[in-house]
Design a protein around this ligand. Structure first.
Ligand SMILES: [Zn+2]
Length: 256
């Protein structure tokens, strides 16, 4: 119906624009300000940004990574999140095609991008994403994979597993290993992906966390007491599980 390549270009441009919106969420959600109002301003000089300052990737490149009005450097997070979201949209398009599940998994991926960036920067996982995320994941599973039963089981296992670890660690060491943001985030992942892929997400996130910890300690950037933002690892692992989880699990079970 379209010449080859047109659909991909539309999908990528949608991804870039949504990525631009995710940047607003990442910037504003931790401080609790509205994501729709007021208009975007330069964080350095507070000048209101024109539409031409907000073109995904384009404005950053044309302006050389600086504010048009005060020349203050713009965080590299903006073009990185935009480009990442564009790529994620394309990968989802190739894997899911024009199906209802595509839209569900794209919404899920967008939530993960925001949680990834906010946890990395602020070590918090805002309830305004995880709690509605749980509800949306459960409702969508009534009509789409993983199905309502697997979704509820994934929600319960994801939340219950981390809750038990946090509670056990607290009783053992009297320090909080993780906040309850992680518990709600893994419960959300379980609601969207189901019980099988929430287990995969937990295993993958532990592996990613282990590798990151070893690298940081080796680089002397951290010691054993450094808190690694676990939500950031969970977001990465959940993205892999959402996109390639079924294949990974089939490959693992076949290799046994
Ligand atoms: Zn400025």
């Amino acid at each position: 119906m379209f010449p080859p390549g047109v659909a991909e270009i539309v999908v990528a441009v949608c991804g870039l624009c949504i990525g631009s919106f995710l940047n607003v969420c990442i910037h504003r959600l931790p401080s609790g300000t509205s994501i729709v109002f007021p208009a975007s301003r330069c964080p350095a000089c507070a000048h209101v940004l024109a539409w031409s300052d907000n073109i995904p990737l384009g404005s950053y490149v044309v302006l050389g990574g600086r504010c048009r009005y005060c020349r203050a450097p713009i965080s590299a997070r903006y073009p990185i999140v935009e480009a990442l979201t564009g790529v994620l949209f394309l990968v989802h398009w190739y894997l899911f095609g024009p199906t209802p599940l595509l839209f569900v998994r794209l919404a899920f991926a967008c939530a993960l991008v925001v949680l990834f960036a906010i946890d990395l920067e602020h070590q918090i996982l805002p309830n305004v994403i995880t709690v509605p995320g749980i509800v949306v994941g459960l409702i969508c599973s009534l009509f789409l994979p993983p199905g309502p039963l697997m979704s509820v089981a994934g929600f319960a296992l994801g939340g219950g597993l981390l809750w038990a670890i946090a509670e056990g660690w607290y009783r053992l060491r009297k320090v909080e290993a993780m906040g309850f943001g992680d518990v709600k985030m893994l419960a959300m992942i379980g609601a969207f992906l189901g019980v099988k892929l929430v287990i995969l997400t937990f295993v993958l996130s532990s592996m990613i966390g282990g590798v990151v910890a070893v690298v940081l300690v080796a680089l002397r950037r951290a010691d054993m007491a450094t808190k690694v933002p676990f939500g950031t690892m969970l977001a990465l692992a959940a993205l892999v599980a959402s996109l390639y989880g079924d294949r990974l699990v089939a490959w693992y079970l076949g290799a046994l």
